[in-house]
Design a protein around this ligand. Sequence first.
Ligand code: F6P
Length: 328
Amino acid sequence: MAEKKVTKIGVLTSGGDAPGMNAAVRAVVRTGLYHGLDMFGVMRGYSGMIDDDIVPMDSRSVANIIQRGGTILKTARSAEFMEPAGRKIAYDNLKKRGINGLVIIGGDGSFKGAQKFSNEFDIPCIGLPGTIDKDIAGSDFTIGFDTAVNTAVEAIDKIRDTADAHDRLFIVEVMGRDAGYIALHSGIATGAENILIPETKTDIEALIHSLSEKEKRKKLVNLVVVAEGEKFGGANEIASIVRQRLPKADIRVCILGHIQRGGSPSCLDRLIASRMGYAAVDCLINGTHNVMVGILNNTLHYTPLDHAVKAKDKISDDWLRIVKILAS
Ligand code: F6P
């Protein structure tokens, strides 16, 4: 049976907000309009589908947003949509408007929902990776990651000034519940001595050894960058262990938190969001359905939604060696 032509597209942002989501929404809406399609914004992620909070969008609805952080469509994590009854209500609300294609901008939790929905109902879904964590396989970048890392770098550079002025050891926590990419990238870029991430088991003895060695050699700045999902529990937990083992060290903890999620998107995030948003509409029109649009080696790449859900990239040992060698 021939697939039905997509004529009306809904776009939504789901899960944690990420800088560049607005640029993606703009690209989806304007590409759809260019092709003569009717475009709709679904408010607050899947919750808006269930609550019937769906608004028509024209070119002006997405004016002046490419440079704005957050998401004009707002976002949420919907427990109701994870239940079959919730998805049925959502489907009925799309159906009554004739919406027959969806673009979901979010992380792997959002893709899980999209995968279930597209298996149950005749509405194709396209995912765009929008998360500061970069924990989705099938794309070298996720929308928001570059901005978040640059925010972290700017903050850590400032912390370094105080670490230097007081000869202190700073333990800085960055975001990343299951993934250490923000820690790894920002840590290398700011010259951190140690970077602790969820993907590897933190070796406390090695950490204490390297910090005390540096103390002996009078290394001026001591900076440890820790991802929040690190297995001991994050910066506070690491600091209390280090305090017990190195009682003379003057230690401070700084948790960067949600400042990493907000702010105007970087050029890279605006660019990938625009390319991915454009490609998402192309997919819906040409019948490449139920995929996540990513960018690998600067080329658009399409991963079936179920693989985008399951796969996690492994952090290569090279990265971890670089940290050790450069921090000596
Ligand atoms: O997934 C993005 C992220 O910022 C994670 O790094 C972090 O653990 C989580 O979201 C925080 O979520 P919330 O804003 O709901 O506390």
